[in-house]
Design a protein around this ligand. Structure first.
Ligand code: PGA
Length: 251
């Protein structure tokens, strides 16, 4: 089945196991109406196993929110790519702005993790985005270009699917998304940056993230270069997440 767009939940450090299972009980009562929209949920590490093994009638795929940049060994507190892969994850977020800001993840660390993911069975969901300061002083083009080029330039030919989520830092968790003109202009800039790379039998989807909700989802997904959403706060409620998913059909 061809994937037209992605509806991805980033639960961050929210929802313990019981809360996740309650979410799923409700979400599974909804109808899986849009075959071309892939729904991916990224719970916290501790909830991945019970979520994947829950009896889900809704077609769901699973992702982790991060992975270690080491394969295995003496790295207390870290979780490896292999571990989440074996739990049934098919995706992982990498380079979320909260990790870049709070855990000092540089473009180089993000690139190291990205390459590990790219070389595995998982599909990377690479997060990029600029600060408000960089948006206002016009430096956002350089920031976004280097966030992409620093990674994709390491691949001679791209022959595996990649998801890139444009998440302006100034829109995350604020309740106010970037406006349609900003999203549209930035996504066409990003599509242009991506165009210079050679793709072989694969696709790069460009998602928007940053205060997506059931009010703004329909108008954002209608924009030409938006291939789906990475959703934080609004994905914690099964009803709201489903409303966003519902607004994405047929595109
Ligand atoms: P938000 O978060 O939807 O709550 O703004 C998005 C994200 O951080 O991925």
């Amino acid at each position: 089945m061809k994937i037209n767009n992605f509806c991805i939940a980033n639960w961050k450090m929210n929802l313990d196991v019981d809360e996740c299972l309650n979410f799923l009980k409700k979400f599974n009562s909804f109808k899986n109406v849009h075959a071309g929209t892939k729904v991916v949920i990224c719970p916290s590490y501790t909830s991945i196993y019970p979520c994947v093994n829950h009896d889900n009638t809704f077609s769901l795929s699973w992702g982790s929110q991060d992975i270690s940049n080491n394969f295995n060994g003496s790295y207390t507190g870290e979780v490896s790519l292999d571990m989440v892969e074996k739990l049934g994850c098919e995706y992982t977020i990498v380079g979320h702005s909260e990790r870049r800001a709070n855990f000092n993840e540089t473009n180089d660390i993000v690139a190291e993790k990205f390459i590990k993911i790219y070389n595995s069975s998982l599909t990377p969901i690479l997060c990029i985005g600029e600060s408000l300061n960089d948006r206002n002083n016009g430096n956002f083009k350089n920031i976004l270009t280097s966030q992409i080029d620093n990674i994709l330039s390491k691949l001679s030919i791209i022959d595996k699917n990649i998801i890139i989520a444009y998440e302006p830092i100034w829109a995350i968790g604020t309740g106010v998304s970037a406006d349609l003109k900003t999203i549209s202009e930035t996504h066409s800039l990003l599509k242009n940056i991506i165009k210079k790379y050679t793709l072989k039998n694969c696709n790069i989807w460009l998602l928007y993230g940053g205060s997506v909700n059931d009010d703004n989802a329909k108008s954002i997904i209608s924009l030409e270069n938006v291939d789906g959403f990475l959703i934080g706060g609004a994905s914690l409620s099964p009803e709201n997440f489903y409303k966003i998913y519902s607004s994405m059909g047929g595109l």
